[in-house]
Design a protein around this ligand. Structure first.
Ligand code: BGC
Length: 272
C-alpha cells in the first residue's frame, strides 16, 4: 500500500522506537520524509535495536539518529529533545509511544509495579509533551498562518475505554492519557499545536506475544476482534503519520481507534 502522507521537511521524535509499534512509526514517518529521532531506553539491547532502525531508515535514503533516554526521567527527556535540536535544528512532531505493562492481580500488585507503569505510560508522556511544547513555542513565538506550530500524537490503547482486569495500572495510565491528551489539545489549540491520540487494539508486537504466539491464544484473541485479524505495527503507523501531517490540520483532541473493531463490544453480536 502506497504512503500518501507527506512529512518532508519535518522533524519527529518517536519514543520507544527500538521495537514494536514505535519502530513501525519511526519507519513510516521516515518513509513519508520526516527526519526521525529514534528514542530507546539507555541499555545495550535497546541501543542495538535502535541502531538497526536508524540503519534501516538511512539505507532507504532517510535521516535518523538514535536518542537514548528513559522518558520517565526529567533530565533524560531534556537531553533527548536536545538531540533533535542539535542534529536536525528543530522539532515538528512528537509521537508519545513508549509504554510498558506490569500485570498482577490487584491484591498482589506492588507499589513499584503500579508506579513504574504510571511513570512510563503517563508521567513520561507528560514530560515529553511539555518538552515538545517548549520547542514548538520557541520555533513559533506566534502561531503560523498556514500550518500547525507542532503536532503531538499519543499512543494510547483500547484500554483507555475498555477496563482490563489484572492490568489496573496499565488501564489507569491509558485512561489518564485520554484526558491528558484532550486537556492539552484544549489548552494548545490557540497556539496551533495539535494534540491527538491513536488507540491501538491488539497489535503483533513483543509486548503481547503470549496473546498471539500460539494457535490457541490467537483463536481466543480473534474472538475479541470483529475484523478477524491481529493488527500489525504498520496499521498503527499509517494512522499516526496522517494525524501528524498537515493533511490532518483541522483535527485536534481526537482519539483514533485502530483496533479492528475491538471497542465495538463484539460479544454483543447476536447476543444481549
Ligand atoms: C496492550 C496489548 C493488548 C491490547 C488489546 C494494548 O494496549 O498493550 O497487550 O493486546 O491492548 O488488549
Amino acid at each position: 500500500m502506497r504512503n500518501c502522507v507527506d512529512l518532508s521537511g519535518k522533524v519527529a521524535i518517536v519514543t520507544g522506537a527500538n521495537s514494536g509499534i514505535g519502530k513501525g512509526v519511526a519507519l513510516e514517518l521516515a518513509a513519508a520524509g520526516a527526519r526521525v529521532v529514534v528514542n530507546h531506553r539507555p541499555n545495550e539491547d535497546s541501543a542495538r535495536r535502535a541502531a538497526e532502525v536508524v540503519q534501516a531508515i538511512t539505507q532507504a535514503g532517510g535521516a535518523a539518529v538514535a536518542g537514548p533516554a528513559d522518558i520517565s526521567r526529567e533530565d533524560d527527556v531534556e537531553r533527548l529533545f536536545g538531540i533533535a535540536q542539535e542534529r536536525f535544528q528543530g522539532l515538528d512532531i512528537l509521537v508519545n509511544n513508549a509504554g510498558i505493562e506490569q500485570p498482577a492481580p490487584v491484591q498482589d500488585m506492588t507499589l513499584d509495579q503500579w508506579q513504574r507503569v504510571i511513570d512510563v505510560n503517563l508521567t513520561g508522556q507528560f514530560l515529553c509533551s511539555r518538552a515538545a511544547v517548549r520547542s514548538f513555542l520557541k520555533q513559533h513565538p506566534s502561531p503560523p498562518a498556514d500550518t500547525a506550530a507542532g503536532a503531538i500524537v499519543f499512543i494510547s490503547s483500547v484500554h483507555e475505554v475498555i477496563p482490563w482486569a489484572f492490568q489496573a495500572n496499565y488501564a489507569a495510565s491509558k485512561g489518564g492519557v485520554s484526558l491528558l491528551m484532550q486537556s492539552l489539545a484544549q489548552e494548545l489549540a490557540p497556539m496551533k499545536i495539535r494534540v491527538n491520540s491513536v488507540a491501538p487494539g491488539a497489535i503483533r508486537t513483543p509486548i503481547n506475544a503470549p496473546a498471539w504466539n500460539t494457535p490457541e491464544s490467537l483463536v481466543q484473541l480473534l474472538k475479541l476482534i470483529p475484523y478477524g485479524r491481529i493488527g500489525e505495527p504498520v496499521d498503527v503507523a499509517r494512522a499516526v503519520a496522517w494525524l501528524a501531517s498537515d493533511s490532518a490540520d483541522y483535527v485536534t483532541g481526537h482519539t483514533l481507534f485502530v483496533d479492528g473493531g475491538m471497542t465495538l463490544y463484539p460479544g454483543f453480536r447476536g447476543a444481549g
